[in-house]
Each structure stands twice: as structure tokens, then as C-alpha cells.
Design a protein. Structure first.
Length: 181
């Protein structure tokens, strides 16, 4: 059975003329003012929402930037290493000319000088510029710092420390075939 004898409502207290003023309407259990308690809750909720919004923003930013980054930095192509490769038709390199082909991981220049076909790396051993065939001077020339090489890759002059790497070149079935020397 409920006890009613000790019940002290503010109305009853004032009607009885007894003491203390009624507790504030803003009080919460445990003596903590309601506003203060709610401020804490509000602050926690805001912090949580900030985290959610930040997380969603980060996901959106990453998903938007990923394709751009992949476009700018494409994945490295896997090059199949072979001993021999038909790089192009014989007509590609007429007498007195040279042409650069991709061969394994190197760029190779095939030169036709008086019908003699040679292939050497086209990558200058100085700082990596690509050489070209200068038929008039009968040499491979680097446009960057003036390195000169013989058709077979040996150094003629310039700042380069090493000769050009040599490959084999021949005609087979009407095609230029480059192979590892
Ligand atoms: S890169 Fe060829 S001479 Fe410097």
C-alpha cells in the first residue's frame, strides 16, 4: 500500500506554510540541473555527428579522387620478356635510316646503313635521352649533351660513361627481327 503521509508537494508545503521553496522545475535526478545535463548530451551528439559527416566526406573524397589518381599514374604494364621479336616490316627501316622499337624493357634503335642492319639500345648511357641515327655523320647522336656513338654502340665522343647495349638484328620473312645478343 502506498504511503501518502510523507508526501510533500510544493502546493501542500506552501499551504502548510512549511519551509523550503519547491525545487526548481529544471532539476533532474541526482541534483544536476537539467540544462547542464542536456548541454553535455548535445555536445556528445554534435561530436558524433561531426565524426559521421567527416567519415562520409572522406569516403566521398577518396572515391572521387581514386579514378583521377589512377588516370594520372596508370598501373605499370607487365612486359613479357622474350629472346627474339619481330618488331616490324622490313620496309620500316630503309637504307640510311634508323627506327626505335620497344624490345623487352629497352628501347632499341635498328639502323640500316648501306644494307647492314644493326640494333643497339637507344637509351643514352649518360642521362637516358634517346639517340637518333645521323646518316650524314655515320653515327648515333644524343640530342641532350652531345654524346656520339658508332652504329654498333661504341663511344665516339661525349660525356657518356658506357657504350650502348648491343642486340642482334636480322630480316626474317620480310620482317625485322631483334634478339638478345
Ligand atoms: S643524355 Fe645523352 S649525352 Fe647526356
Amino acid at each position: 500500500m502506498a504511503q501518502t503521509g510523507n508526501f510533500k508537494s510544493p502546493a501542500r508545503m506552501s499551504s502548510l506554510g512549511q519551509g523550503a521553496a519547491p525545487a526548481s522545475a529544471g532539476a533532474v535526478t541526482g541534483g544536476k540541473p537539467r540544462e547542464e545535463g542536456l548541454k553535455g548530451v548535445d555536445f556528445e551528439r554534435r561530436g558524433f555527428l561531426h565524426k559521421i559527416v567527416g567519415g562520409v566526406g572522406a569516403v566521398v573524397a577518396v572515391s572521387a579522387l581514386y579514378p583521377v589518381v589512377r588516370y594520372i599514374i596508370p598501373p605499370a604494364k607487365k612486359i613479357k620478356i622474350v629472346n627474339e621479336l619481330a618488331v616490324g616490316p622490313e620496309s620500316d627501316v630503309p637504307n640510311g635510316t634508323g627506327k626505335i622499337y620497344q624490345f623487352n624493357e629497352d628501347k632499341v634503335i635498328v639502323v640500316n646503313h648501306g644494307g647492314s642492319l644493326t640494333a643497339v639500345s637507344a637509351v643514352c648511357t649518360h642521362l637516358g635521352c634517346l639517340v637518333h641515327w645521323d646518316e650524314a655523320a655515320n653515327e648515333l647522336a644524343c640530342p641532350c649533351h652531345g654524346a656520339k656513338y658508332k652504329q654498333t654502340g661504341q663511344i665516339i665522343s661525349g660525356p657518356q660513361p658506357l657504350p650502348l647495349k648491343q642486340y642482334n638484328a636480322k630480316i626474317g620473312d620480310g620482317k625485322i627481327v631483334v634478339s638478345i645478343a
